[in-house]
Design a protein around this ligand. Structure first.
Ligand code: GUN
Length: 284
């Protein structure tokens, strides 16, 4: 079964749109998401456009702030500080990666935790690992939503995550653990990787290398979630970290690229923005 993240993301956005339509009557306004893009990286520009488009579909107010690549760190931090203090702003997202002269960690930490729709702030990350209320990073959340939608039982299963990034690998592993999977995290130094991945009932791949996972690395009936967004070195087309054509007949469930995890990330960003809005208005 190929599971369409695109379809599920449309359902989630439609549900959110119904909810947001009630907000002006209840709270006097709609949620406001501010997205900051530094520089002109084409992939980042495309992601930011996707976020604006999804906001529009859901009825969330979106402001995209474009800054030149040579903006100073102090200037960027001052902008974030203004947005933190702006009562009419519910979510702040700084598109990553940032230019080399800017300390990404300092920027992420500068965003008020309650407006951190990405779930990257240390306060949110710590809360996730301590099982306290928090905003969860959008891609890991989208992966769990996809598994649930596909009817995949997580509890008691062996899950293998390839990739240990702060944004995807680590939080995904934690969410799977919280759903009672037995989780192994693999990375570039894992020895005998195929032997480990063949043990997986659920295999999540977030390594960023085109078609890294080959058919021999997957056991029959496995659930395969492909987080990769790569350019095929030969055709230039988008492709995942998984050799989809070879693995699709063998897997019980697999996500395509594009149209799998990517749209779910954006839908979960919308969900997180509504969540931050609701927590802020309910505190008043
Ligand atoms: N760059 C790639 N993925 C992400 C994401 O989820 N959030 C932000 N802010 N930047 C990214």
């Amino acid at each position: 079964m190929v599971i369409s993240g695109k379809e599920l993301s449309e359902k989630i956005k439609a549900r959110l749109a119904e909810q947001v339509a009630e907000f002006p009557a209840t709270y006097g306004r709609v949620p406001h998401l501010v997205v900051i893009l530094v520089g002109e990286d084409p992939a980042s520009q495309s992601y930011v456009r996707g976020k604006a488009k999804a906001s529009e579909a859901v009825g969330i107010k979106n402001t995209t702030v474009l800054k030149p690549a040579d903006i100073s760190q102090a200037e960027l931090l001052a902008l974030i500080d203004r947005l933190n203090k702006d009562d009419g702003v519910d979510g702040i997202l700084v598109q990553l990666p940032l230019p080399d002269h800017i300390d990404e960690e300092a920027v992420i930490e500068a965003i008020a935790r309650e407006k951190d729709v990405d779930g990257f702030h240390p306060g949110n990350v710590a809360a996730l690992w301590m099982k306290r209320p928090c905003t969860v990073a959008c891609t890991p959340l989208g992966i769990i939503r996809l598994l649930d939608e596909a009817g995949v039982q997580i509890s008691g299963k062996r899950a293998v995550v390839i990739g240990r990034s702060q944004i995807v690998g680590l939080p995904t592993a934690k969410l799977l653990l919280d759903r009672n999977a037995t989780v192994t995290i693999c990375h570039s130094r894992t020895s005998n990787l195929p032997e480990v991945t063949r043990q997986a009932d659920i295999l999540v791949v977030a390594i960023g290398r085109p078609r890294f996972v080959t058919e021999d690395m997957v056991s029959p009936g496995a659930v395969v979630i492909d987080v990769g967004v790569n350019r095929d070195p030969e055709t230039g087309k988008l492709c995942g970290d998984v050799d989809f054509d070879a693995i699709e007949p063998k897997a019980s469930v697999i996500t395509p690229v594009p149209g799998g995890v990517g749209p779910m990330t954006i839908a979960c960003l919308m969900e997180n923005t509504v969540g931050c809005f609701l927590r802020r208005v309910s505190l008043k």
